[in-house]
Design a protein around this ligand. Structure first.
Ligand SMILES: [Fe+2]
Ligand SMILES: [Fe+2]
Length: 213
């Protein structure tokens, strides 16, 4: 056994070794329902506060004409988007004061970790890029790769605006949730620079229609 494991030098080899060792009778079929359960479970574990990202992105995407299949995919991406935060120490995530430069650099890598994790899970692999692009901006000033408008899919652009709306509307240790009109004003400031205009417009209509969300 030792030889088999020690032969698995890189991640790909290791994954292949693990997959080959999986008893056939224990293999679980990846049904749609099961994938949703997995995504929901992860969302609950790593970021209980961002449940609204899922609802926001869903409403915005519906307004933008996403198909039902695209909505299903986006819901999973929304639930899994911050899974990479598991790689960021809690001392940084929960810090009350301003982050230092090096701490901020660590936080900015969390989407890279999201990409790394999801790309290794076959059933989520095709979601990995969109999910990891939730902090990218259409003007190229986002993180972690500084992608631009043409490199970002509609799903990634919806996720970006929904994530910020969620962050603004959630209470933080150092502030309460911001009121809806303030959230709308802040999102509009990023219209055309941070966010794609149609995504902001759909988001603001959605927020105005459901102020208690
Ligand atoms: Fe994030
Ligand atoms: Fe987030």
């Amino acid at each position: 056994m030792l030889t088999r494991w020690s032969a698995a030098r890189d991640t790909t080899d290791r994954n292949a070794t693990v997959a080959a060792a999986e008893p056939e009778e224990l293999a679980i079929e990846a049904t749609d329902q099961r994938l949703d359960q997995i995504a929901t479970a992860f969302a609950g574990v790593f970021d209980a506060e961002s449940s609204f990202t899922f609802e926001h992105s869903d409403r915005v995407a519906a307004r933008l004409g996403f198909s039902e299949a695209e909505l299903v995919r986006l819901r999973r991406a929304a639930q899994l988007h911050d899974i990479g935060k598991l790689a960021v120490p809690n001392a940084i995530l929960d810090k009350l004061g301003l982050l230092t430069g090096p701490e901020w650099e660590i936080v900015k890598q969390h989407p890279a970790h999201t990409l790394g994790v999801l790309a290794q899970v076959p059933v989520f692999r095709e979601l990995a890029e969109d999910t990891a692009n939730h902090h990218e901006r259409i003007d190229g000033q986002g993180y972690f790769r500084g992608l631009t408008l043409v490199q970002l899919t509609p799903a990634a652009r919806v996720l970006a605006v929904a994530d910020v709306a969620d962050a603004l509307m959630s209470a933080r240790p150092y502030r309460g949730p911001r009121p809806v009109d303030e959230v709308i004003a802040l999102l509009r400031q990023g219209r055309g620079t941070q966010f794609r205009p149609d995504a902001v417009d759909a988001m603001t209509v959605s927020l105005a229609a459901a102020p208690s969300a």
